[in-house]
Design a protein around this ligand. Sequence first.
Ligand SMILES: Cc1ncc(COP(=O)(O)O)c(C=O)c1O
Length: 407
Amino acid sequence: MTSREPETAASPKFAPDTLVVETGRPPRTDGASVNPPIDLSSTFVSTGDIDASPYAYARFDTPAWSPFEEALGSLEHSALPGLVFGSGLAAISAVISLVPAGGTLVIPTHSYQGALASAEQIAHRQGFDLVTVDIADTEAVIAALDEASTRTAAADAAAASAGEGRVGSESGLGMLWIESPTNPMLEVADVPALTTAARDRGFLVTVDNTFATPLLQTPLDLGADIVVHSVTKYLAGHSDVVLGAALTSSVELRERLHTERSMRGAIAGPFEVWLALRGLRTLAVRLDRAQANAQAIAERLTAHAGVVETRYPGLLDDPGHARASEQMSGFGAIIAFTVDTAEKATAIAEAVRLWTPATSLGGVESLIERRRRHPSEPVTVPEGLIRLSVGIENLEDLWADLEAALG
Ligand SMILES: Cc1ncc(COP(=O)(O)O)c(C=O)c1O
C-alpha cells in the first residue's frame, strides 16, 4: 500500500504530460477508487470554528473541486491549488474586481471580447480607468502603465490636498491583463518583459492562458501574479462543459479571489468539474495531435491564393514566432486567417462539411467561425477574419474539407 504525495507545484515530480494523468487522484489505499468520486453534498459535518473545517458548505469549498484544483495548481506551477469557477468569464470577472477604485486596468485591444465587456462594466461600476493597448507592442504597453501611474499619483495628490483619503496605492495601482496569444488575432505578447515592467511599477499581472494551456506556457514562471482559464476550452476539451479557473502566486491573492467566488456565488457544479478532470487526462495527447494538424493547415493556408493573411505563431514568418518560441513550448492549435470580404468568410463557414461552424474552441472537434459575426467583436478585427480551432481529426480530411470550402 503506498500513498500519493500531493504534488506541490513548486517542485513537480513529473513531466507535464505525466502530471495531467497523475495529479488529482485519491490516495493509493487498497480498495480505493482510482478516480475521485463525484461528491454532491452541499454541506459537511463541522463543529466549532467554521473556518477551521476543510469543508463546511459547498459554496466555499467542496471535495468535488479539490482534485481538479490541485491538478491545476501543479500544472500551472503554483504552490497553491487553483480556484475553479462556474465559467471562464466568472473567473475573469472575479480577477478584474481586484482592480482598486482610482486605479487602472491595462488590457489588450484584442482580448477575448467577453473579458473586454466585463472589464468595461466593472470599471464603470467600481471606478477605475480602462486602457486598451496593442499587447504585442511592448513599448506601448509600458507607456500605458507609466501614464496610469502618473494619473493615479496626480489623483492621490489632489485628494490629499482636498483632505480626502485615497486610492489605488494602498491596494496597488491596478492590473495589466495579458492574453497571449490573443483571441482571435493570435498576437503574442513579450510576457517576461511585460510582467517585469508591470511589477516594477506596482501593477498586478494576470495572464489568460486559455489558448496556450499550462502544457505550452506557465505564466507564473514568467512573472505573472494570476493566471485565468476558460476550462471550457482545452482543459476540459470535449465541448460539453462550461467552467473556469484562476491560479495565484500568493496566499493573499488566492484568499481575495476565494472571497470573491464565495460572496458572488459564481461556483462550479460537481459534475462539470468531474468531467473537466476526466478531460484533462488526455490534454497532452489531444494537444499534440491538434497542434500538428494546426501547423500543417496554417502552412497550407499561407500558400492558398484565396487567403489574404494567416496568423499562427508556429509559422516561421509570423510576427509572434520568435517570442512564442522563447516563452512557449508549442504554438497551440488556433489559427486566424483572413479572406477579402465578410461575405466570402461567411460562405466558407457555411460550405464546410467536416468542420463545425460554431463559436468556442479547444474541443476535439474542429470549429470554424467568422469572428465579426459577433457584434461585440472589436472593429479592428478584420471583417473577413476566420478563426479555426483545429481538432484531432485526420489532417487530410480536414484540409480537403477546408480547401473545398475555400474554392
Ligand atoms: C481566451 C478566452 N478567455 C475566456 C473565455 C471565457 O470563458 P467561458 O466561455 O468559459 O466563460 C473565452 C471564451 O471564449 C476565451 O476564448
